[in-house]
Design a protein around this ligand. Structure first.
Ligand code: DX5
Ligand code: ZN
Length: 208
């Protein structure tokens, strides 16, 4: 299982990023919120970009923003593996996915808990990752929604049917107690379970 660690709940970002850099986390999950698509707002790009000073890990960027086109080129300029936008947006999704691809970066779609899995079908040929939200996007530290388990299974079947190589990533409320509901996924995104501990590596090991 690949692990992507979210620093959204960090209270000491520099120290936590340095500590994470010493672990074997596969990615750093970067949550970007604009105060419109979700209520909360994260720091602006000119501050966010500085995290390269504290970690050499590849970034897994989760854009929870209304207008991703304004963010993609900035975040593509970092040490970025994936950029994920939301399926529920009122924008040209295909155009945005192609913009991410044109930067040589893998692209993905995130789906909110109430959005049906089958809505991603038209985009499958373009997708490298699908981020299944197991909490409502907008904040760390929420409880895992049990209905996610069947959504992951449904998505696995769909990916086989359409011969898609896309990875399944699950985001929100992931702990040693909830990871079992995500056994058919490829990547677990975990924030507070890892960050609110004094031994990041042990927590990561517990999730693999
Ligand atoms: C929620 C974010 C998640 C969140 C995960 O909107 O997309 O990435 O930070 O944090 P935990 O693991 O605390 O739910
Ligand atoms: Zn996220």
């Amino acid at each position: 299982m690949l692990i992507s660690t979210s620093f959204l709940s960090s209270k000491n970002l520099v120290q936590d990023l340095r500590k994470l850099d010493q672990t074997d986390t596969d990615f750093i999950h970067m949550d970007v919120m604009d105060g419109k698509f979700v209520k909360n707002k994260t720091m602006p790009f000119k501050e966010m970009r500085n995290i390269y000073k504290y970690t050499s890990k590849r970034l897994d960027v989760h854009l929870m923003v209304q207008n991703p086109e304004k963010y993609i080129l900035d975040y593509a300029s970092l040490n970025t593996e994936y950029i994920v936008i939301h399926l529920e947006l009122d924008v040209d999704i295909e155009k945005n996915l192609k913009l991410i691809k044109s930067c040589g970066i893998q692209c993905g779609l995130a789906i909110r808990p109430d959005t049906e899995i089958k809505e991603i079908v038209p985009y499958l040929p373009l997708l490298d990752v699908i981020l299944v939200m197991s909490v409502e996007p907008g904040a760390g530290g929420q409880a895992f929604l049990r209905k996610t388990e069947s959504k992951i299974k449904e998505l696995r079947v769909l990916l086989k049917e359409y011969h898609s190589h896309a990875k399944i990533s699950v985001d929100g409320g992931i702990t040693d107690l909830t990871k079992g509901y995500c056994s058919e996924s490829d990547i677990l995104v975990s924030g507070s379970y890892i960050i609110n501990s004094n031994d990041f590596q042990t927590r990561i090991n517990n999730l693999r």
